[in-house]
Design a protein around this ligand. Structure first.
Ligand SMILES: Cc1cc2nc3c(=O)[nH]c(=O)nc-3n(C[C@H](O)[C@H](O)[C@H](O)COP(=O)(O)OP(=O)(O)OC[C@H]3O[C@@H](n4cnc5c(N)ncnc54)[C@H](O)[C@@H]3O)c2cc1C
Length: 403
């Protein structure tokens, strides 16, 4: 494919750049989101980006988006990164929950939720992972039981829920039938985070922030129309979310500022380091990986622009972005020494936060397994739980332990 912007893309890029130039003085800083003022400033900025057509780029026009393709999304990400302003606040909502609602939601759900989500008025969170269901997501134990009046009673616990502390809604995967194999008895729900019976507790990270939470559900009542997709069809909806998650993390890399030029400039400031063959070798390897990733992203984009659904190769983008940026962080820390981790260092957050991204959106090992099986055609891992009702899985575990 031609890697340069087409005339239309170049025109779109110029338009985005001009908008950012005009509005960047109104952008908030990249402060920690640990107080209402900082969160509200980022909400308003997301609203501005949406008004300027820089949020919901790939969303259909009928839902307030621009109806453009993933290439235009990457152009926006690149220009936001280059302008040095924050991107949208609700990456999870816009990148994953909104597209999943567009794909699986009812007309009522779409008209109620999508507008406020796009403009940052209502932030969303992803209530999937649990203490015993992360990589093996289909093992979720949070239960939803339908009542005689059609409403649902929800009980259980989620963990690692990003932004649950200020989210208005969450999309939650729950078990609604334990007597069928584990992927089949799941249902997806929209959960209002202010419902009675929900407790949100923050988890502090090494980067100093508390973005994640544990969320507890004690007999929370959900309306009958809270189901997204069909009852028992939750795994299909979850797969849509996970597909968009990989894509958001993989293709969003440039707007996070993880690019070869920035790393090279940081190293170039140290005259001694630039002559050190070890530093040069490591920088060369990182930049080669990031360059290879850029070409890999073009392949994904090329497939997407021809209407194909992103496959397991999107996971490769995530593994490579995160690995390249972690390696770059280690190199910068070696060159700059402890200053790299000082409170006001531009690198401190990246160095302390990035190792966590190895797990987000599927761990590196799981993505490598997927790539091995589905891209390289290697033999699959043995799956002992295939076809076994979820309620009987614990007895299999016990037999395994006894043997
Ligand atoms: C930054 C960040 C944000 C997140 N945000 C959210 C969120 O908003 N909502 C949400 O629901 N979740 C969120 N998560 C959770 C994330 O999805 C999980 O951490 C992830 O799915 C892994 O699950 P786990 O942490 O339970 O690890 P586990 O599944 O317990 O894995 C532990 C280790 O074992 C390895 N392992 C497990 N199974 C295999 C296997 N079959 N083969 C080889 N190795 C294996 C894993 O690779 C890993 O190294 C977030 C996580 C992070 C780090």
């Amino acid at each position: 494919m031609d890697l340069n912007d087409t005339p239309e893309q170049a025109q779109f890029r110029a338009q985005v750049r001009a908008w950012l130039e005009e509005h960047k003085s109104e952008a908030p800083g990249r402060e920690r989101l640990d107080n209402d003022d900082a969160i509200n400033a980022r909400r308003r900025w997301q609203g501005k980006l949406a008004e300027g057509g820089l949020a919901g780029v790939t969303w259909p026009k009928e839902f307030g988006g621009q109806g453009l393709g993933p290439i235009e999304q990457v152009i926006v990400n690149q220009e936001i990164g280059a302008a040095g302003v924050p991107g949208i606040l609700d990456v999870i909502g816009l990148g994953m929950m909104g597209p999943a609602l567009i794909a699986h939601g009812t007309d009522e759900q779409k008209s109620r939720y999508l507008g406020p989500l796009l403009h940052g008025d209502e932030v969303w969170c992803q209530l999937f992972s649990e203490p015993a269901a992360g990589s093996d997501l289909a093992a979720v134990q949070t239960r939803a039981v339908q009542q005689d009046d059609g409403t649902w009673k929800l009980s259980g616990q989620k963990v690692w829920t990003t932004y649950a502390q200020f989210a208005s809604f969450g999309m939650l995967l729950a078990r609604t039938d334990a007597d069928v194999p584990k992927h089949k008895g799941l249902t997806m729900f929209v959960v209002p985070m202010d419902a009675e019976g929900i407790t949100v507790r923050g988890l502090r990270q090494i980067s100093g922030e508390a973005e994640f939470n544990e969320v507890f559900f004690d007999d929370v009542t959900l309306d009958a129309d809270a189901v997204v997709g069909s009852v028992g069809g939750g795994w299909g909806t979850a797969l849509t979310v996970l597909m968009f998650e990989r894509l958001t993390i993989g293709l969003g890399g440039e707007s996070f500022g993880y690019n070869a030029d920035r790393f090279t400039q940081a190293i170039a400031q140290d005259a001694h380091a630039t002559k050190d063959p070890d530093v040069r070798q490591r920088l060369g390897e990182i930049n080669t990986e990031l360059l290879a990733l850029r070409f890999q992203s073009y392949r994904v984009l090329s497939a997407l622009s021809q209407g194909a659904i992103p496959g397991p190769e999107a996971g490769l983008a995530k593994v490579t972005t995160v690995k390249g940026a972690i390696d770059a962080g280690e190199l910068i820390a070696d060159v700059l020494g402890p200053d790299a981790l000082a409170e006001d260092s531009e690198w401190a957050y990246m160095i302390s936060f990035l190792p966590g991204l190895k797990s987000a959106g599927g761990t590196e090992e799981i993505l490598r397994n997927t790539i091995g099986e589905r891209v390289l055609g290697l033999p699959p891992e043995p799956r002992l739980d295939k076809g076994v009702p979820f309620s009987e899985l614990r007895s299999i575990e016990k037999q395994g332990a006894a043997a």
